[in-house]
Design a protein around this ligand. Structure first.
Ligand SMILES: [Zn+2]
Length: 89
């Protein structure tokens, strides 16, 4: 936005700002769709720096971790009574 507002030609600046607004509204709409699916689709906005199945690094393990999913091996947390990855109870 800050870069677009520095464009000197008013028509070109307006065009760029509209493009940016369209892009932002698309992102917001996509996030709403993703969240309405109940987390069954991994959010593209979450960057995983380490593999989901990594078990050796205890420093990043959340205190609420209850163990690994018996179906897919993903971490289970105390907040959920089902696997956040595969949905297994
Ligand atoms: Zn699982």
């Amino acid at each position: 936005m800050a870069i677009a507002s520095r464009i000197e030609d008013p028509a070109e600046r307006e065009r760029r700002l509209i493009q940016l607004e369209i892009s932002i509204s698309e992102i917001v709409r996509y996030r709403e769709i993703v969240s309405s699916l109940g987390g069954s689709v991994a959010s593209p906005f979450v960057e995983r720096e380490s593999p989901v199945r990594e078990t050796s690094n205890s420093e990043v393990k959340p205190s609420s971790t209850m163990g690994d999913c018996h179906s897919c091996g993903a971490k289970m947390t105390g907040d959920l009574d089902f696997c956040p990855v595969c949905g297994e109870f």
